[in-house]
Design a protein around this ligand. Structure first.
Ligand code: ADE
Length: 250
């Protein structure tokens, strides 16, 4: 899964024996990638769009794992554009039922948790796939001028907390506030924790992999579209193919 066409179009282009099914305004592309049976789809932006797409993948296509790949705004100050964050856990930063004393801030009512944990095995596979991809990032099909522009030379990989909300953040005060409220926060985006909630409720292992496209401050409105246009699809294909190399061929 990705949220935008740019996040998955290279993956879709490599799928063999494609079958395309349209459901609820989405195109689900099934077939084989690296010899493994897959379904790829872009969900569109936000928690509702991504939750309904994840639900369809699970209930109509019977997928047994979900890998979400795309971009995020950096929250931790040590992250640079081009670094990769792999979800250890995910939180919905705009969930707040705490005026009702029974609920803590960020707690999902009735689930009784604030963080959804990603699958340890998928995290491990994503980490080694990301190391392999980023070691060779200069030899990928990404324009060198773009890599130079963002000074992407040896990108870092971090495993940590990702926060999701229905808001594109381009404000240094807002991102500073989230950094203070959510200990260990690495990056923010708009879909991961809603996909995580659906997977949690259906007992489906998942991982979210995010390339940092911007720093969620006023520079984000320029950095985000450029990174999405030129770079993210290479990250998605490189890392997802590396993960699939671990699976038995169907
Ligand atoms: N995805 C990528 N950059 C983002 C940002 N700054 N805010 C929310 N989602 C994002």
């Amino acid at each position: 899964m990705g949220a935008m066409p740019e996040e998955i179009f290279l993956i879709s282009s490599k799928i063999e024996n494609k079958e395309i099914v349209s459901i609820g305004n989405r195109e689900y592309i099934s077939g084989k990638l690296c010899g493994v049976k897959v379904v790829t789809v872009f969900s569109r932006w936000g928690k509702v769009a991504s939750a309904q797409t994840a639900t369809t993948l699970i209930t109509k296509f019977n997928v047994d794992k979900i890998i979400f790949t795309g971009v995020a705004g950096g929250a931790d100050r040590t992250l640079d554009i081009g670094d990769v964050v792999i979800s250890r856990d995910l939180i919905q930063h705009d969930m707040d039922a705490s005026p009702i004393p029974a609920f803590a801030k960020f707690e999902i009512p009735l689930l009784g948790i604030t963080h959804f944990k990603a699958d340890p095995e998928l995290i491990r596979m994503a980490e080694s796939a990301a190391y392999y991809f980023l070691d060779t990032v200069n030899t990928q099909d990404i324009p060198l001028t773009i890599l130079d522009h963002y000074q992407i030379t040896r990108p870092k990989i971090v495993i940590g907390t990702i926060a999701t909300g229905d808001e594109f953040i381009a404000d240094k005060l807002k991102i500073a506030e989230l950094r203070t409220q959510i200990p260990g926060l690495q990056c923010i985006e708009m879909e991961g924790a809603s996909v995580a909630q659906v997977c949690h409720e259906h007992l489906i292992p998942f991982v979210v992999i995010r390339a940092i496209s911007d720093k969620a401050d006023s520079t984000a409105i320029h950095d985000f579209p450029n990174f999405v246009k030129h770079i993210v699809s290479h990250y998605s294909l490189g890392i997802v193919s590396g993960i699939l190399a671990n699976f038995t061929k169907d």
